[in-house]
Ligand binder design. Sequence first.
Ligand SMILES: [Zn+2]
Ligand SMILES: [Zn+2]
Length: 179
Amino acid sequence: MNWDEEVICFYDKHTDIAIYGHAGGPFSPSSLTINSETNVESIIAACQRYKEQHWILDDTQTLYKGLSFEGLVALFKEKAPKAGIITPDLRAMYSGQRQAIICLAAEDLARRLASKCPQCQRANFVAKQLTKGLLCELCNMPTQQVKSTTSLCDCCGYNHIEANEKHVADATYCQFCNP
Ligand SMILES: [Zn+2]
Ligand SMILES: [Zn+2]
């Protein structure tokens, strides 16, 4: 399974400050190598389920880009290539899965723009550090669970530590109680 990472940058030229929204998620469409065995059925099996995805057909002579699934099948029937490759067209306007992740990155950026530092009012005052070590509910030893998060202002350095609402860790996550 491939992984898609999207980043959206907001740059304010008056303050020279850049804020980045991030998101990531699985990206499932993958390539299909064309050989003498490849037929419409193999293309349907490999590509049909990715509704919003467009495709590139490379028949070793020409690259046909931005093909819808129906367009891909029609072109394959027309050209009947015996070699080449079919790949997902990863340009954002042709990839529904990328668009969904880009939406999440935009939401992350919006959240950062709306979160103001209580001291200097600059944006991007969000949790930037995680401290692990929440204590186990049974044996009281530190676990890998998050104990607190720290919001930090990049401009004035103000920070705010917020303890995990759960004061103890489930013993499921304890290396001593449940190794
Ligand atoms: Zn600040
Ligand atoms: Zn424990």
